[in-house]
Design a protein around this ligand. Structure first.
Ligand code: CO
Length: 139
């Protein structure tokens, strides 16, 4: 693998937590941790509504299903509320995905796609990434 990897990963973009009620989670973080909700978005393609609370240069992202067929609804049913995925900010999402696939890794997205906030994202299967669902996020 001759692709240059240095500097590919630039920041933790967000920690995503699956919740049953978005407003309750946001309020708890605001009232108990002083975190501020800076963005809310309905992501139709994923069947979720999300809320982003800024912490320094990163976010806490709450994800809440908007329909039963949403992967997050299935996650909540199976595991209950809790840590859902970690979003790593990358310089080049397509390149990061290409490296993982070239090394035999399993991905959920075949190619980068549109994420919330106008980002470009791709998910890596937790079977490949040591039990944690990874989202590669390019701003
Ligand atoms: Co995410």
């Amino acid at each position: 693998m001759s692709i240059e990897l240095e500097g590919l990963l630039t920041e933790i973009d967000h920690i995503a937590i699956a919740v049953n009620e978005l407003d309750l989670a946001v309020r708890w973080y605001e009232e108990n941790l002083g975190a501020i909700c800076v963005h809310r978005e309905l992501v139709e393609s994923d069947g979720v509504e999300e809320a982003l609370l800024k912490v320094a240069e990163s976010y806490i992202q709450f994800v809440c299903p908007t329909r039963d067929s949403s992967p997050v609804a299935k996650f909540l049913e199976k595991k209950g509320e809790g840590l859902h995925h970690v979003g790593y900010r990358v310089k080049d999402c397509a390149k990061a995905l290409e490296v993982i696939k070239a090394n035999g890794g399993r991905t959920i997205d075949e190619a980068p796609r549109k994420g919330s906030r106008g980002t470009t994202v791709a998910f890596v299967h937790p079977k490949t990434s040591f039990g944690t669902l990874i989202e590669l996020v390019q701003e």
